[in-house]
Design a protein around this ligand. Sequence first.
Ligand code: NDP
Length: 250
Amino acid sequence: LPANYAPSSDCLQDKVILVTGAGDGIGRAAALSFAKHGATVILLGRTTDKLEAVYDEIEAGGHPQPAIYPMHLRGATAHDFEALADTLEREFGRLDGLLHNAAVLGQRRSLAQTTLDSWEEVMQVNVNAPFMLTQALLPLMAKSNSASIIFTSSSVGRKGRAFWGAYAVSKFANEAMMQILADEEFELNGIRCNSINPGATNTTMRRTAYPGEDPSTNPDPEALMPLYLYLMSAEGADVNGQQFDAQPKG
Ligand code: NDP
């Protein structure tokens, strides 16, 4: 992120951006922030009440009217993602941004103890879903004049660590998808692709992973938003295939 980067209030004007897991945590903050900076945001998630609350907050702020797309990624099939792509094609004709944010933590256990059920759930939500979603939406993103895909990683998606099991493996897979897509799509279709490791952030997921920790020691998701805005906006238009940390390491 360039030093002293300060996003302008209209840096995402006229952009159409889909956020997965938009009802809570980092996804919620990103959806609100993208809308506040001018984007029309498609709110995808599994809990409709939460998506509606974000929708209402965006409307109350006088930002571009968002859209809600409830979807449970655990059971979603390629057919569901094709239906989503058809709807977006009809409503918007293109897609400028895609934030892969939804994820599940799974069991915090050794690989030796990880159950196949939990492994499969984590792979379905964290890996298969973003793969299918990306595949379905690439044609719509190729119609944008400057499309951006962000994958959400983790420190354990860059270096394996005991007891992070399927979640860590799924985050490595997200980094790999990011690198492959960056290499395949940027020159061909002008679609850039990068990953963000949010770092410890005060959300439900963090509180679940670290029950003994004082939640207030971690920043709220809003603090991370400059990097998300940068990668979605014209200022990040030449950035491709890079791994970012939203917080200084330490
Ligand atoms: P939260 O658990 O707070 O939010 C995750 C969001 O994803 C929720 O809105 C949740 O929906 C949604 N979601 C989960 N499963 C599904 C599903 N099957 N179908 C549809 N939506 C689903 O997590 P964070 O905000 O903390 O995490 C966001 C991203 O950041 C994740 O990719 C996570 O791995 C990553 N991350 C987070 C860190 C942190 O410290 N918080 C650190 C490193 C990485 P619902 O609200 O209905 O449960």
